[in-house]
Design a protein around this ligand. Structure first.
Ligand SMILES: Cc1cc2nc3c(=O)[nH]c(=O)nc-3n(C[C@H](O)[C@H](O)[C@H](O)COP(=O)(O)OP(=O)(O)OC[C@H]3O[C@@H](n4cnc5c(N)ncnc54)[C@H](O)[C@@H]3O)c2cc1C
Length: 396
C-alpha cells in the first residue's frame, strides 16, 4: 500500500468538506499532506443551511475516516424531519411523528449536521498544522515532476501532487480542463437568522427544529435548523441568467430585500416576512450552476479535482456534500491502491468513478430542480414524498 505516494508532498487546495475529509483519509494511511485554505482561520463563519449525509457516500467516508463516534456526538437529531407547506404556511406533509430521531445503518436515514460543526469536527481530526489557513491560491506552474503553487497572501510552495478541492469557482480546475458550468435557470437567495427563537419566534415554532419546503407558484422557500439556535433559509425561483446584477435588490439592505420579497412573493402569508426582520446581512445571492453531465479530460500524473471543483450541481437532491466526501474516499483509495502501477492510472480510475457517480447525481438534481420550480411543484413534491418515503428524500 501507498508506495506511489511514499515520500511525496501532497497539497490539497481548499478546506471544505471534500478537502478536509481527504486530508484525514490520507493521513490515516501515513501520507504527508497539507491543506491550503483561503479562510483566515478556523473561526471563519461557514455559510449555508445544514447538510444531510447519505449512507453510501458522506457516511461511508466518515466510516472509513473512523469519525462516526464524533459524528454521532455532533449531528442534529430530528433536524432531518420534513414539513411540506404551501404559500399560506399550511402543512400538507409532515414526518415529524413517524421519523425516528436516530436510525444509523438504515439506508434512508439522512442525519443532518451543521456545516460549521462538520468543518470543526474534520479540522480536529487532523494533525496540528495540517491546514495552512489564510492561503488564497492564485496560480501554479509545472516544476520538475510537480507544481509550484502561488498564493495571494503568502510565499509559494512546491507539491508533487495537487488535489483541487476549492469549490464551484475552482482556480485549480482550469489546469485540467476549460469546460465550465452552465446556469441551471434557478437562482437562490440565502439568509441566516441567529438567536432565531427570539428574533424570529413564529418561524422558529413553524420549523420545529427540522426542515421546511414551501411551494408557491414557481417561488419556493427552503429552510433548515442550524446549530446554536440559528436558521438557514433559501428563497428559490426561476430567473434569467444575470438576474442578480440586473434585477436583484440590494442584498446588504434588509428592508430592500424584504420589500422585494413582499412584491415578488405577493400571495404568500405575512408570517414569512418574519424571515427578514433580523436576517443577517448581506443576504447571499446564489445563481445555481451545473457542470455538463458528459464532461471529460485526460488524466494527469500529478493533479486532480474533487467535490464542487469537479462537478458543481444544483442542491435539489442534497448530493453536493455527499459527492465531495465520496470523491475524497474514492481518490484516497485509488491513490493508495498498489494494483494501479502509476499515479496517472490511480487518478484515471478515480476520475472514471467520480464522473459516472456525479453525473447521475447531477441529472437527478436538475430534474428535481425543474419539478420543484414548476407550477405543479407542491402536488409533485407531495406525490414524491408520499411515494418515496421509504426511498431517497431530496434535501436542499
Ligand atoms: C444554495 C446551496 C444549497 C446547498 N445545499 C446543499 C444540501 O442541502 N446538501 C448538500 O449535500 N449540498 C448542498 N449544497 C452543495 C454543497 O454546499 C457543496 O456541494 C459542498 O459544500 C462541496 O464541498 P467542497 O468541499 O467540494 O467545496 P466547498 O464546500 O465549496 O469548499 C471549498 C473550500 O475551498 C476554499 N477555497 C475556495 N477557493 C480557494 C482558493 N482560491 N484558495 C484556497 N482555498 C479556496 C473555500 O474557502 C472553501 O473552504 C448546496 C449548495 C448551494 C449553493
Amino acid at each position: 500500500m501507498n508506495t506511489k505516494l511514499k515520500g511525496k508532498i501532497v497539497a490539497i487546495v481548499g478546506g471544505g468538506p471534500g478537502g478536509l475529509t481527504l486530508a484525514r483519509l490520507l493521513q490515516q494511511r501515513g501520507i504527508e499532506v497539507n491543506v491550503y485554505e483561503r479562510d483566515v482561520d478556523e473561526h471563519a463563519r461557514v455559510q449555508g443551511a445544514p447538510l444531510d449525509l447519505h449512507d453510501d457516500s458522506g457516511i461511508a467516508a466518515l466510516q472509513q475516516a473512523n469519525l462516526m463516534d464524533e459524528f454521532r456526538q455532533n449531528y442534529m437529531p430530528g433536524a432531518d424531519r420534513m414539513q411540506i407547506m404551501d404559500a399560506s404556511a399550511h402543512v400538507h406533509f409532515t414526518d415529524h411523528h413517524q421519523k425516528p430521531i436516530e436510525d444509523f445503518g438504515a439506508q434512508h436515514f439522512r442525519p443532518e449536521i451543521d456545516r460549521g460543526v462538520l468543518r470543526t469536527m474534520l479540522v480536529k481530526s487532523l494533525k496540528t498544522d495540517t491546514i495552512v489557513w489564510n492561503s488564497h491560491f492564485v496560480a501554479m506552474q509545472q516544476s520538475g515532476n510537480g507544481w509550484q503553487l502561488q498564493f495571494k497572501n503568502r510565499a509559494g510552495i512546491y507539491a508533487d501532487v495537487v488535489i483541487g478541492a476549492d469549490g464551484a469557482n475552482s482556480k485549480i480546475r482550469p489546469y485540467l480542463t476549460n469546460i465550465g458550468p452552465f446556469y441551471s435557470g434557478i437562482t437562490m437567495i440565502e439568509g441566516n437568522i441567529y438567536n432565531a427563537s427570539q428574533t424570529a419566534a413564529a418561524i422558529s415554532s413553524l420549523l420545529k427544529g427540522g426542515k421546511i419546503m414551501a411551494f408557491g407558484n414557481g417561488y419556493n422557500i427552503l429552510m433548515g435548523q442550524k446549530a446554536g439556535d440559528a436558521i438557514g433559509f433559501y428563497l428559490s425561483f426561476n430567473a434569467p441568467d444575470g438576474w442578480v446584477k440586473q434585477h436583484g435588490p440590494d442584498f446588504g439592505d434588509r428592508d430592500a430585500v424584504k420589500n422585494w420579497f413582499v412584491k415578488t412573493y405577493h400571495d404568500w402569508d405575512p408570517i414569512w416576512c418574519q424571515l427578514f426582520q433580523q436576517v443577517d446581512i448581506p443576504l447571499i445571492p446564489r445563481p445555481i450552476y451545473c457542470m455538463p453531465l458528459n464532461q471529460a479530460w485526460p488524466a494527469q500524473t500529478n493533479l486532480t479535482i474533487i467535490g464542487d471543483a469537479a462537478h458543481v450541481m444544483p442542491p435539489f437532491a442534497g448530493e453536493g456534500v455527499n459527492m465531495a466526501m465520496k470523491d475524497a474516499l474514492d481518490v484516497c483509495n485509488c491513490l493508495t491502491d498498489d494494483t494501479y502501477e502509476t499515479l496517472q492510472q490511480s487518478i484515471a480510475a478515480y476520475e472514471r468513478m467520480m464522473r459516472e457517480r456525479a453525473s447521475a447525481a447531477a441529472r437527478e438534481s436538475l430534474l428535481n430542480g425543474e419539478r420543484m420550480h414548476s407550477a405543479t411543484a407542491l402536488a409533485h413534491m407531495l406525490a414524491f414524498f408520499a411515494g418515496l418515503q421509504e426511498h431517497a428524500l431530496p434535501g436542499a
